[in-house]
Write a protein that binds this ligand. Structure first.
Ligand code: AMP
Length: 290
């Protein structure tokens, strides 16, 4: 596995790979890798010949009061995990490489930012879209793989690619969970044992809604209440939102259907957690709980 830190080095490697007739896939991450990230590598491998993973904690997507400084990092572990999973090249730029000066231009969502995570984190998706656009410009992948775990992010990236005619295929892979149902996240590392037990209420709530949907419940207000009830029963979970929305427009639904997503964000202590489920198509880890 190759490790490169500069834009010029990765451009050279990718050009050589392409010249040999190989397609290139990209898995962008902020590191502290877990099985969720590595499942994206597997998916990327199915879709491309040469798998690039970026590991970069992007300051642009953190607000000043957020956890940029404390965000968990372990490059040594990440490199071993990526290599074991068959990543061909890891790109780990530093801040000076990606942001050598003040940005004059950024990618700002005009729509779909005024809801869900965009409400509590109004500048977050601008930071995400800008770094992803930069990574697309640097790596020029044929395909890029993202996780359903960050559902609004995946939708906004799909929209960016469509609206700006970027020549990359975006693929969204299912959320990977621990055996008890909790969605894997680098931020789970912040949780104490007791907080983790409380955090389980997010996936349990979503599982309750998916089970109710399976049993025929279609009323979005009742599905939402079921989730809230489960989360509120676990003391010490501070709900930011629970929403039942359409998968592409992120519009609040009155009636749930094929294309409806239940999404939650909550704080346990100071750790902000998100999770979601496509009610008609729960990911395997959540379906197991139904
Ligand atoms: P992050 O390192 O948190 O920025 O995540 C990098 C990529 O991994 C994003 O596309 C996430 O959606 C995806 N990801 C994070 N957690 C999971 C998970 N539990 N299952 C699947 N994908 C995930």
């Amino acid at each position: 596995m190759k490790l490169v830190r500069t834009i010029s080095d990765i451009r050279e490697r990718v050009a050589t790979t392409r010249a040999a007739g190989h397609t290139v896939g990209l898995v962008p991450t902020m590191g502290f890798l877990h099985e969720g990230h590595l499942s994206l590598v597997d998916r990327c491998r199915e879709l491309s010949d040469y798998v690039v993973m970026s590991i970069y904690v992007n300051p642009l997507q953190f607000a000043p009061n957020e956890d940029l400084e404390s965000y968990p990092r372990d490059l040594e572990h990440d490199l071993a995990a990526a290599e074991q999973r068959g990543v061909d090249l890891v790109f780990t730029p530093d801040d000076r490489e990606l942001y050598p000066g003040k940005l004059t231009v950024a990618v700002t969502p005009r729509r779909l930012n005024d809801r869900l995570c965009g409400l509590g984190r109004p500048t977050h998706f601008e930071g995400v879209l800008t770094v992803v656009a930069k990574l697309f410009g640097i790596v020029q992948p044929d395909v890029a793989v993202f996780g359903q775990k960050d559902f609004q992010q995946a939708v906004l990236i799909e929209r960016m690619v469509a609206d700006l005619d970027l020549p990359v295929r975006v693929d969204v892979a299912p959320t990977v969970r621990e055996s008890d149902g909790i969605a894997m996240s680098s931020r789970n590392a912040y949780l104490t044992k007791e907080q983790r037990a409380r955090a389980l209420s997010l996936s349990r709530g979503l599982a309750d809604a998916a089970a109710a949907f399976r049993a025929g419940e279609r009323d979005a207000a009742r599905l939402r209440s079921a989730i809230l009830q489960t989360i509120e029963a676990a003391d010490g979970v501070d709900v930011e939102y629970v929403e039942i929305v359409s998968a592409h427009e992120l519009e609040p639904a009155e009636t749930a259907g094929e294309d409806t997503v239940a999404a939650v964000a909550a704080r346990v202590g100071s750790t902000r957690l998100i999770d979601n489920v496509r009610l008609a198509h729960p990911d395997p880890g959540l379906a197991k709980l139904l």
